[in-house]
Design a protein around this ligand. Sequence first.
Ligand code: XLS
Ligand code: NI
Ligand code: NI
Length: 437
Amino acid sequence: MEIFKKVKKVNYEGSKSDNPFSFKYYNPNEIVAGKPMREQLKFALAYWHTLCAEGTDMFGPGTANKSFNTSDPMEHAKAKAYAAFEIMDKMDIDYFCFHDRDIAPEADTLRETNKRLDVITDLLDDLMRQTGKKLLWGTANCFSNPRYMHGAGTAPNADVFAFVAAQVKKAMEITVRLGGNGYVFWGGREGYETLLNTDMGFELDNMARLLKMTSEYARSIGFKGDFYIEPKPKEPTKHQYDYDAAAVVAFLRKYDLTRDFKLNIEANHATLAGHTFQHELRYARVNGVFGSIDANQGDLLLGWDTDQYPTNVYEAALCMYEVLKNGGFTNGGLNFDAKERRGSFEDEDIFLGFIAGMDTFALGLKIADKMIQDGRIDKFVLDRYSSYRSGIGAKIVSGEATIKELEEYALSMEDVKTNVSSRQEYLESVMNQIMFN
Ligand code: XLS
Ligand code: NI
Ligand code: NI
């Protein structure tokens, strides 16, 4: 039964089309940088925004109706599943992502909640078999329920730790059952409000204990995908431990978790941490832990996670440049952790949001490919470090140069006479030329 009758299948019609329900730039089977766009971009639908978010904010209730004409919790959960697959079909999106609580509502007991999850997992499994849609990653919502008021893995209460372990175990099991390519840990309430009541070292040790035991369990039941940590500096906590890519890399190294864990980088979280999206991607990439992306954008005039559909082509291009430089995605992809604005409350807006985001990333991919083909930017960077490829520079890099030898070299120079311009303005205009040519 069709749910969104007003919108038909969205097709590529090219940049001249004025049909709002068409792709202007996303042409799934067009080859860019050696692969079809659908394989380069690996778009995913985020269940929590697309099927659950009704536009509630701090000042008022939802504006969009996602009741799907039923008030029965399990009928509602089933209706959401059908709606998700209809949207993926109409949008030609191959993947989806969910939290356990997005797909099935919590019941009074953990046992009953898990039964509900099994029912919906069966349904999702059927729908996936019928349609070929895939699970990019699963995760557990360990932040909404009041039991997690002091955190989940980092809560001061061991009963909470046991409960979250049980919840994550179940979420892993359904992710494995649905053939998920990844499993995300986003530490929603893993942080603190004040250090006056917090044992930071102990909380971090506990977080690592949870990650270790749940990831070992996942491997034992056959999970072959990647585990991801999704950094975010704050919100809902004042300070989240997984502040940014650098904080997470330090954490993973301290607890010897880098073999299994990579990062899921979200654009809006990067900017909340005072970084560009590209910075976080680059940091993850050069540290060998780039994994997946939550594609969205924030509003620099607002200080919170607005989760807007990405429409900034410049940012998308720099993002896809990092992805291509990483050799593309392996288990990861571009998950639209994005929602319509509260005023965009009609069903059609869901589709228009995806179109905007997918076209933006299609443009971003093409521009990133052009940046690499063009070669001027990469060559500039290569040349900029050329002094390390011969003479004293090569000796520094190989480890041959001693501090005494460097002193002698410096004394003989008297002063540095070889600095050259960094040419930022030139490079920015090259970028514009590539974008608009
Ligand atoms: C919230 C996060 C969340 C994760 C999944 O800010 O982005 O949605 O992606 O738990
Ligand atoms: Ni996210
Ligand atoms: Ni977010």
